[in-house]
Design a protein around this ligand. Structure first.
Ligand SMILES: *Cc1c(COP(=O)(O)O)cnc(C)c1O
Length: 385
């Protein structure tokens, strides 16, 4: 950025995610795909959904893709398929979106919330190990903000202890983890089961709700599919209690168009992130998002830590400048009223600190240079004042 010349405030309103600009770049193709579904009147199931499941299977390099209604359902169905019993413990990060832990409680299981690393916002094997008891049956790993957790250690530990793993990669689809032992794998394909969300603002987002479940295990895949479809083995024969969770054909058609571009979208986000990094490196009060060697980062969020205790002032300042900023997440999960009956954790120091320090800036695949320069300038203005 040229510090000497002042960047003009962009005419358009700056947004955290710019879905409109993205839509306009693919409008012809998207509109055509939606029209095709309308003409077919095949709104649930059918070609488009199967096509998308196949495309995603190829993209991720996994054996099975089971599309479902949203990322929260994906997590719930994953847990239901593991055959857990009431009171079994599921280890989950304390610093994540509510959905990850909510489903554990819904199923009568016990969430064991653990602290995360300060640098990456993710859990690691050491943090998991301290929380394992004889009742631990599963670990939900979240690749928060777009970078994989250190899966090698977590998977090794889980295997040793005979514990299932679930990868919630709602924020990290497209990222690649390079294992010391097994080489490079896409996020969501390493654990017993992977889950994701196609909520519109996710890196691979549809135009409504959507989600998917992944596994390399044939038996589990059959079970997951059955649970997502009313526990139905064949039509009108129900062998287990399931739910109704489907990706509809219009969403699948949209996702087919966007999946082809996912890698580009992720690269564009990473470019924006590096530009932020480069320009904020000299601000002492800001800690840049840490990268680990074994994972790429697809930057669902660009999340800084502000260590001078003036986060609210920064947010107010940015707001006056017309720059949105968000706090993901302001409250540790175990401090949410809803979780009080389910957890006995009351202080995980890194999570507490992160909730006070994090701030996420606008990042998306259509960020214009001038807009980013303006955002950077606005941040500098605050620290130079
Ligand atoms: C978005 C998200 C979910 C939930 O996805 P929905 O499709 O909104 O249900 C779950 N986990 C994480 C980490 C998410 O970011």
């Amino acid at each position: 950025m040229k510090h000497s010349s002042l960047v003009q405030k962009p005419e358009e309103q700056i947004q955290m995610v710019d879905l409109k600009s993205q839509y306009l770049t693919i409008k012809t193709e998207i509109d055509g795909e939606i029209q095709e579904v309308l003409d077919s009147t095949r709104f649930i199931g059918g070609n488009k959904v199967n096509e998308f499941a196949d495309n995603l299977k190829t993209y991720l390099g996994t054996q099975h893709v089971i599309p479902c209604a949203n990322g929260t359902d994906a997590l719930q169905i994953a847990l239901m398929a593991l055959g857990l019993e009431k009171g079994d413990e599921v280890i989950v990060p304390s610093f994540t979106y509510v959905a990850t832990a909510e489903v554990i409680c819904l199923l009568g299981l016990k969430p064991v919330m653990i602290d995360v690393e300060y640098g990456t916002f993710n859990i690691n094997a050491e943090l998991v190990l301290n929380a394992i008891t004889p009742k631990t049956k599963a670990i939900i790993v979240v690749h928060l903000f777009g970078q994989c957790s250190e899966m090698d250690g977590i998977l090794k530990l889980a295997k040793e202890k005979g514990i299932f793993t679930i990868e919630d990669h709602a924020q990290a689809i497209g990222s690649v983890y390079t294992s010391e032992d097994t080489g490079s794998k896409k996020s969501g394909t390493m654990a017993t089961i992977g889950t994701t969300s196609f909520f519109p603002s996710k890196n691979l987002g549809c135009y409504g709700d959507g989600g998917a479940i992944f596994t390399n295990d044939d038996v589990l895949a059959a079970k997951l599919k059955m649970i997502a479809n009313h526990g139905q083995e064949k039509k009108y024969y129900h062998s287990v209690i399931g739910c109704n969770s489907r990706l509809d054909a219009i969403q699948a058609a949209i996702l087919n168009v966007k999946l082809k571009r996912l890698d580009t979208y992720c690269q564009e986000r990473a470019k924006v992130a590096y530009e932020y990094d480069r320009n904020f490196a000299d601000i002492e009060e800001l800690i840049l998002p840490e990268r680990i060697e074994n994972s790429t980062h697809v930057f669902h969020q660009y999340t800084l830590k502000l260590v001078n205790g003036r986060r609210n002032d920064l947010i107010d300042h940015l707001k006056k400048e017309g720059v949105p900023a968000m706090i993901y997440y302001p409250v540790p999960l175990y401090k949410q009223k809803a979780f009080a009956p389910f957890t006995d954790v009351d202080n995980l120091s890194t999570t507490e600190q992160l909730c006070k320090e994090v701030i996420s800036l606008p990042i998306h695949s259509e960020m214009k240079e001038q807009v980013q320069e303006y955002i950077i300038q606005s941040v500098h203005k605050f620290f130079n004042a």
